[in-house]
Design a protein around this ligand. Structure first.
Ligand SMILES: Nc1nc2c(ncn2[C@@H]2O[C@H](COP(=O)(O)OP(=O)(O)OP(=O)(O)O)[C@@H](O)[C@H]2O)c(=O)[nH]1
Ligand SMILES: [Mg+2]
Length: 442
């Protein structure tokens, strides 16, 4: 997501930072390019205009232009403004005092409500007991679809029996959830191709019957600005508390996500990034702004790692990072785990500066690559593995020979490893991953 935008902004800022001194003209020229980049990313034109006007006012001030690093200051202003645009702090779900807390998902047909209900149930069930109910009595198999997903994540699912009326179904499901001690009930509703009165009336009736703690509008990122406009309509007609944007993994340009808060006035709370049930992320404006500006998103990376690594490996990794001796041996042991996190390219995009790193950009280690890396590390002596700095030209040649690879392969491995090590060092400066995580828990 936001790859094209990110690349363009990177180019614009490189030029800006390369200039040293800035004046109003050069800032305005850069702003013009930023404006184009945002419009091309499908951000709402009115939002873009306000954004640029605001950055201009802040950037052409005397303090900025006269400072020693005016280019960097402008980047910071854009970064701050992007965070504000996306709603500032990340917005959690407010469950309210009632138990179970009903959360209602609404949106057009095919936007991803049912899948998202299951994903959200999975995410929330780390802390709460979650129950699912489908109020979609129209599409054949809709109820069964949610039941199947619910079973996969081991959430409770309401059984409809002979009930046919969506409002009664929801009311009865809430009672059932209460009886069974669930703390949250997620209500999956029916979709329509377009907003129509029948759908809105039905959603209103459900709302007035169960009084949801939150109504979340599910938006399909692939539909671009339509997703934003439909969101406004849903908000006017039934009132929403936040948005979940699905299919952010597709080739949507992402502008809708940047326009939502300003146009609809409601925060983006989660983003769907794949079809699998673990592909739902809490939306963090600050991290997203950093990612867009190529500053990396180390925290999401750490969270991803923590979610996927088995606990023992995570603890080992944390320990070696703490001791600040992430050796090549550790690296080899972690690679298999890293592979689980998706392509190394995606992971690199989250590390500051690495997304733009030429050598890493095209790096897509497949299984073959991993075998090669393992072979190279296996061909090293124990001493080499614990201190890569001693691996000189002669040793590189020997390692290449021993592992059936080339010296270039060994060079690349050591380069990547030393980059990763640098990031690891950053972690260890704070007081460990766990405490960092605690501050950012959903
Ligand atoms: N790639 C990707 N696909 C998604 C995501 N979320 C949902 N989908 C897919 O979108 C399609 C529709 O998802 P559903 O959850 O059935 O959508 P819905 O809103 O419940 O649809 P109706 O009940 O017919 O209105 C499915 O094929 C999902 O796998 C996502 O974040 N990424
Ligand atoms: Mg559905």
């Amino acid at each position: 997501m936001f790859e094209a935008l990110s690349e363009k902004l990177d180019g614009i800022f490189k030029k800006l930072k390369g200039r040293g001194l800035l004046n109003e003209e050069s800032v305005n020229a850069a702003l013009k390019e930023i404006r184009m980049a945002l419009l091309e990313a499908d951000v709402n034109f009115k939002v873009v205009k306000d954004f640029i006007d605001d950055v201009r006012v802040r950037a052409v001030g005397k303090e900025v232009l006269d400072s020693i690093t005016p280019g960097q200051q402008v980047v910071k202003i854009v970064h701050d403004r992007l965070i504000e645009l996306m709603g500032g702090a990340s917005a959690n779900i407010k469950f309210g005092a009632r138990i179970p807390a009903p959360i209602m998902l609404v949106g057009l047909q095919g936007c991803g409500k049912t899948t998202t209900a299951a994903k959200l149930a999975r995410l929330l069930s780390k802390e709460k007991r979650v129950y699912l109910v489908s109020a979609d009595v129209y599409r054949p198999a809709a109820i069964e679809q949610l039941a199947v997903l619910g079973r996969q994540i081991k959430a409770g699912v309401f059984e409809h029996g002979s009930l046919k009326d969506p409002v009664k179904i929801c009311a009865e499901a809430v009672d059932q959830a209460r009886r069974e001690g669930y703390e949250v009930i997620l209500i999956d509703t029916a979709g329509r191709l377009h907003i129509d009165d029948v759908l809105m009336n039905e959603l209103r009736s459900i709302r007035d019957r169960v009084h949801p703690a939150e109504i979340l509008y599910v938006a399909d990122a692939m539909t671009g600005q339509d997703a934003v406009n439909v969101g406004s309509k849903f908000n006017e007609m039934i009132g929403i508390d936040g948005v979940i944007m699905t299919k952010m993994d597709g080739d949507a340009r992402g502008g809708a996500a940047l326009s939502l808060k300003a146009v609809v006035g409601k925060p983006l709370k989660f983003v769907g990034v794949g079809e699998k049930l673990d592909a739902l992320e809490v939306f963090h404006p600050e991290r997203m702004a950093s990612r867009i500006l190529g500053m990396g998103d180390v925290l999401s990376l750490v969270e991803k790692a923590q979610g996927l690594m088995d606990e023992k490996s995570a603890r080992q990794m944390e320990q070696s990072i703490r001791k600040n001796d992430f050796s090549l041996e550790d690296f080899r042991n972690q690679l298999a785990q890293v592979k689980k996190m998706g392509s190394l390219k995606d992971i690199m995009g989250m590390i500051p500066g690495m997304g733009k790193h030429k050598a890493l950009k095209d790096l897509q280690p497949d299984d073959g690559e991993l075998v090669k890396i393992t072979a190279m590390i296996d061909s090293m002596t124990k001493k080499e593995r614990s201190n890569y700095l001693i691996i000189d030209g002669r040793r590189r040649k020997r390692i290449a020979l021993g592992s059936g690879t080339t010296v270039q392969d060994v060079n690349r491995l050591l380069k990547n490893y030393s980059e990763i090590r640098k990031v690891m060092k950053k972690f260890s400066q704070k007081d460990g991953m766990k405490s960092m995580m605690r501050n950012f828990r959903f």
